[in-house]
Design a protein around this ligand. Sequence first.
Ligand SMILES: Nc1nc2c(ncn2[C@@H]2O[C@H](COP(=O)(O)OP(=O)(O)O)[C@@H](O)[C@H]2O)c(=O)[nH]1
Ligand SMILES: [Mg+2]
Length: 255
Amino acid sequence: MKFDDLDKKMRVYETAHDHCVMPEVFMVARIDGRGFTRLTKDVHDFEAPFDVRFRDCMVGATEHLMACGLRVIYGYTQSDEISLLFHRDESSFGRKVRKFNSVLAGEASAKFSLLLGDLGAFDCRIIQLPNEDRVVDYFRWRNEDAHRNALNAHCYWALRRQGSGVRNATEALSGMSVPDKNELLFTKGNINFNDLPNWQKRGTGLYWGTYLKEATNPNTGDSVEASRRRLKIDYDLPMKEEYSSFIASLLMQAS
Ligand SMILES: Nc1nc2c(ncn2[C@@H]2O[C@H](COP(=O)(O)OP(=O)(O)O)[C@@H](O)[C@H]2O)c(=O)[nH]1
Ligand SMILES: [Mg+2]
C-alpha cells in the first residue's frame, strides 16, 4: 500500500473520536496531582496539613500554565489541584478536548517536577460550562471545598498530634458539625480557625493586572508611559458572595 493511502486509512482511527468544545462554551481545566497523598506524606516530608514549600510548587506550576501560550483569564490552586479558566474565545488546538488535557497535564507535571526536584504527575479534565453563572459557581465550589478541607485537615492533624491513629481521627470527625470542629481545633490543637492564613482556607488566585512602565518612543525619543501586563498572585482571596463578584468581574474584564 502506498504511504499516502496508509496515512489516510490510519488517520481515521486516530481522530474518529476527537471531541471539540462548542464555540462560546466556557472551558475550565482542573489539573490534579496523581497520588499526592503518598508524595506529600511518604516520599517527601511536607508539613501537614499545609506546607508553604508545597504551595509554592503548586503556585509555580499554575504560573507556568498561565504563561504557556493559552488564553487563561484566571488560575486557582488549592491543595494538589489547579483550575484554569480560559477566555471564552480560546481557539487553540481547534478546541480539541484531548489536546488540552494532554498538553496541560504534561506542562503541569514538567514544571512541578522541576520545582520539586522530583517526579510529580498530574491528570487533567476539561469542564464545559454553558454561561458566566456556572463559571462563578464552579469557582465558588472549589473555594468552599478548600475552606471545608482546611478545617477538616487541621482537626485531623490536631487529633493525630495528640496521639490518635488514622482510623480514630477519621472516625471522630465523621459527621461532626462545623462549630464542633472549630471547638475541637481550639481545645485539642490550640488553633483558632479564624487566625489561620487565608491561602490555607481559601486557596490562591492568579490573574492578570496592568501597570504603567516608563518607556521611550523609538520614533521620537520622547519618554512615554507604556501599559504592561503582570501576573498577580493573590494569597488573600475573598470568600462567598464577594468571591462570586470577584470572578464575575474577571469575566467582565475579559469580555
Ligand atoms: N503534607 C501536605 N499534604 C498536602 C498539602 N497539600 C495537599 N496535600 C495532600 O495532597 C492530597 C491531595 O488529595 P487527593 O488529590 O484526593 O489525593 P491523591 O489521589 O493521593 O492525589 C491530600 O492527601 C492532601 O493532604 C500540604 O501542603 N502538605
Ligand atoms: Mg490528587
